[in-house]
Design a binder for this molecule. Structure first.
Ligand SMILES: Cc1ncc(COP(=O)(O)O)c(C=O)c1O
Length: 352
């Protein structure tokens, strides 16, 4: 290996997830700034009111907005509010809600069933959703009530605006609502270059879980109800689930800083660019098979087991249980030097 792996490299060897990065400087400064004096609790503070207004402006919509500590709670509580316990939520079989939330959507909805649909590159298709919705309509089967799609997907791909609208049209035809898991929504907006409204409510999305953690916040996700009536009483769900922050200003002030002057998009665009850089350097290597398009901030590669072991032995941290290969995630904190270092070590690992 070209450089010796040592703890001093810190996060430079860390490509396991975008949530292994720290808090970005803008959010950290806002967090510290919010620590002055006293403020009303449980979201009745000025920063929370301001960030909700800022999000309404961003989405060009008089939306109802809440905050939760993490994505699992945001998704699960949002989905629970969108269906009854005897109903079903259509999702891709690769969806985080199905694979990585420990049954929380089912738990918080008191039993609503996730109805798995096949995916293409991590994306639902309108035809696949229609098939799941119309498969059964008898009393013995949970009634489909929500479709949830992830943007950017768990496999690092993006739904185009038309794809979202197509799925939402099928959902509407059958009386279903549409939820979007936007843990990496920032990466999607930065990559697509479209107005947030155009890939959410204008395309038929009812509720968005807008991820803050992966874009550089210390903690906290926003739940955006584009139809205010659907958000009625949601605050009670958050409270009951232990997701209502009493010192809410520490969640909301960093959010506000991210939304000022496009900080969120700058960081997300950087993460996406680092993933592209990594792909460009790795794609030509013999033995590295690119598994999926790189449309956001993740690179998925099929590598020989021996190369994986050599990389790990050199200290590189990455997952191999998502997407069928090695997954390398980039974040706001990923440096060009780290990407180039990884690419060099990967080339050496492949040479054996
Ligand atoms: C697609 C997706 N949704 C939601 C989440 C949020 O999960 P957590 O509960 O860890 O914040 C993640 C985190 O990895 C994710 O990748």
């Amino acid at each position: 290996m070209t450089e010796t792996a040592s703890p001093t490299h810190g996060y430079r060897l860390q490509f396991a997830s975008d949530n292994t990065a720290g808090t970005c400087p803008e959010a950290l400064a806002a967090f510290n700034e919010a620590n002055r004096g006293f403020a009303s609790s449980y979201g009745n503070d000025e920063a929370t009111a301001a960030v909700c207004d800022r999000l309404r402006a961003l989405f060009e919509r008089d939306a109802e907005i809440f905050f939760a500590f993490n994505g699992t709670a945001a998704n699960s509580l949002a989905l629970a509010s969108m269906c009854q316990s005897y109903q079903g939520v259509v999702c891709a079989d690769t969806a985080h809600v199905a694979t990585d939330e420990c049954g929380a959507p089912e738990f918080f909805s008191n039993g609503a069933k996730l109805l798995l649909a096949p995916h293409r590159h991590g994306k639902l298709t309108a035809a696949g959703v229609r098939e799941v919705i119309t498969r059964r309509n008898d009393i013995h089967y949970p009634r489909p009530k929500v479709v949830t799609l992830t943007q950017a997907t768990e496999l690092g791909t993006l739904y185009q605006q038309g794809e979202i609208a197509g799925i939402a049209r099928v959902a509407r035809e059958h009386g279903l609502k549409v939820h979007m898991d936007g843990a990496r929504f920032a990466n999607a907006v930065a990559s697509l270059g479209l107005a947030p409204a155009d890939i959410t409510w204008r395309a038929g999305v009812d509720v968005l879980c807008f991820g803050g953690t992966k874009m550089g916040l210390p903690v906290g996700e926003a739940i955006v109800f584009f139809d205010k009536a659907m958000g009625e009483e949601f605050a009670y769900r958050c409270k009951q689930a232990g997701q209502l922050a009493s010192k809410m200003r520490f969640l909301s002030a960093p959010w506000l800083a991210m939304l000022e002057n496009g900080v969120w998009l700058r960081h997300a665009a950087h993460a996406n660019a680092m993933a592209q850089r990594l792909r460009e350097r790795i794609a030509p290597l013999a033995g590295a098979e690119m598994l999926l398009p790189t449309e956001a901030n993740g690179v998925f590669i099929n590598l020989p087991e021996a190369a994986i072991e050599r990389l790990r032995a050199a200290g590189w941290v990455f997952y191999t249980f998502i997407g069928g290969g090695a997954r390398f995630m980039c974040s706001w904190a990923t440096t060009e030097a780290a990407v180039d270092h990884l690419a060099r070590d990967l080339a050496e690992a492949l040479e054996g």
